[in-house]
Design a protein around this ligand. Sequence first.
Ligand SMILES: [Zn+2]
Length: 330
Amino acid sequence: MHRWLVAIWVATMFFIAAGAASAAENDEAVYEQRMELYKKAEAVSLIPWYYFAAIDQYERNIRQVRRDLPKPTGVLGIYIKPEQWAGPLNQNPHDTNPFTISQFGGLGTDGDGDGVARADDDDDVIMAIARYLQTYGIDHRHIKIALWNYYQRAKTVDLILGKAKIYKKYQTLQLDEHVFPLPLRSNYSYRDTWGDARGWGGRRIHEGTDIFAGYGVPVRSTCYGIVELKGWNKYGGWRVGIRDINNTYHYFAHLNGFAPGLREGQIVEPGTVIGSVGSSGYGPPGTAGKFPPHLHYGMYKDNGYTEWSFDPYPHLKAWERAERQRQKRR
Ligand SMILES: [Zn+2]
């Protein structure tokens, strides 16, 4: 009886391990396929691959959080609406004929030379984007104008160009690693306080997790990203906002101060020190000591129109656990 249980347990563990390994391999294969598409578009258009990667990643993130957009069918996240693909005046919004599409001014392109331009074919989609950008020019300034005309939202253009900058620096698509915001060897404590009511600042709910620690404990970036904000706010005190590659905004508040040289637009990676724990906030610039020192950590998501906060607690737990495991393995 006992031996059977052990056998079942061993078999289960084996399947879990095998499943995890194949999922990781799949991820790598998908990243490779994407990179191949971006490089192909770069070769044809002379626009650097990381712009395609950034547009694709932005749209993938948007589709993950929006219900009005269909789920991707290939490895790309870019979605081109039928009327844009076929041309606004085209009687047939699902036209796949490259000639009629171009007559109606549609974006649809035959990217792989099979004679049809399909909005659900990755080769056709990436080439349609490449051709679109090319009509503006292939340098950064013109790509920015092309993006503005395409998305009509300054924030979206900033988000995409931020991602392009990160991809350019690291020359890889695999930038999903995270760490806990405080060094694990420091003394800290936290519990799930997301959504709690709070006294100061009206009827706002608590949009984050408070991690209590002593003054001066280093605060680290939890992700690969760009410093989007650095400065004072009467609630958050000295605070930093970092935008990661998945469109998530990470917010660090009540800091004692910033890391020397930290500036908006700077690229950070998991573990980059951005400041230290403090008790700043709840008053005009410089106010501190109105509550025990802690790091207020918040997470926000952007869906292409607006931004909302979600509970960081489960993520903090997961990053803390994963980092401890990595340290044990070393
Ligand atoms: Zn807080």
